[in-house]
Design a protein around this ligand. Sequence first.
Ligand code: ARG
Length: 456
Amino acid sequence: AESVVRRDRFSGGPARGFLSSLAADERIFGADLAVDRAHVVMLSEQGIVGSEVVGEILAALDDVEAAGHGALPDGEDVHEAIETAVVDRVGPDGGKMHTARSRNDEVAACIRHRLREDLLDAVEATIALRGALLDTAADHVDTVMPGYTHLQPAQPTTVAHLLSSYESAVARDSARLLDAYDRTNRSPLGAAAFAGTPFDIDREQTADLLGFDGVVSNSMDAAAGRDFLAESTAALATHAVTVSGLAEDLAIFAHRGHVDLADEYASTSSIMPQKVNPDSLELVRAVAGDAVGGLSGLLTTLKGLPRAYNRDLQRATPHVWDTVDAVTEAAAVAAGAVETADWPAETLEAAAGEGFSTATGVADALAMAGVPFRTAHEVLATAAERADGDAPGIDTLDAVTAEVLGESLFTYVPRGRVEAIIDPRESVASRDSVGGPAPEAVAAQLDSAAAGIDAD
Ligand code: ARG
């Protein structure tokens, strides 16, 4: 009879399906059971509910868990459905479970409990990706390749320098996710609807039992606050954007023949027999759209919500679940693509000098010899123009220098030195400033990156 009464209360009318979050709440089914258990144990320890009744409720919760989310009675949400299922098993005393709480603090606790797990999975995905980037980089400290700006050959660099640049960005993504984890990992339980409760509850105890690192103190803040969702989703979207750049680079390099993607990360065409397409990476790239959309949906839902609880919040959380799932999966796929890709050293080195990518080095050498850098820039720009897309020969460089400066290039920079500078490998070796692409500079970056991974 009790459960009939409850179901009647949630008649919902024509909007019944629209109101209910029961299906979407499957995600927090386990969290709700954990929250219920912690709450009733605390009620028992505080002498608010007798230990015998609490024992029956705990047994009923075990039974509900074994039956699974799919076996729950109909309800407005998972919290109500589990309570109904407990009352069905225990009788009216089962209703004591909801003493000194509200679904408002309950749902907030469930979301935080579940999101903690998801954030840790996301952090692990970032760490795995960093490991893949770092391992591959370690194999390619000496693999010279073209570096690009505006999609045009710009200056020679190395595969290790490129991959290490992404590792650095992903390391910051890990840090942002861990920051979000710290603020997510606080218990709102005991806030009740928002105004606390006259019962002598122990908020620290439920927080402890649920493994939270303390409580969200102000009860109105605890029930209403969802900024932990915003910052978690922002961190995920930021990571998705980082990974989309990596995916784009891999797709473009594959297109140029500068990287060979493993077959398992490529797809064939259903009509064009010759095609091998970087579909996995394009999907990874697209996940940034899901994530930015998720963040935007979430923030738009939260914007302007008054204190203390509004049902809008029910539609806020799914944005976060969708985002964390998509982004974590994309990071894992990106890691797999990086791990299995092959960087053809000879092809890359041959391409590294294309488009006169060592021009800056010659200008730098003239500047080091006392020519104003802007003038040196003009000499090299003129030589590049004359070579029309190719690297100008050393004689062209000399001739243009003589035209512009009135002196042979070799009066400023010895011929042997110029020869070295226009060699992409030498060019890379000379760029040994901190964080630069020179092998020893990159080795230092890889060392500190490896220490960062260990620390995380
Ligand atoms: N399903 C609801 C949610 O996700 C639970 C809280 C309902 N509370 C309320 N006062 N209607 O937000």
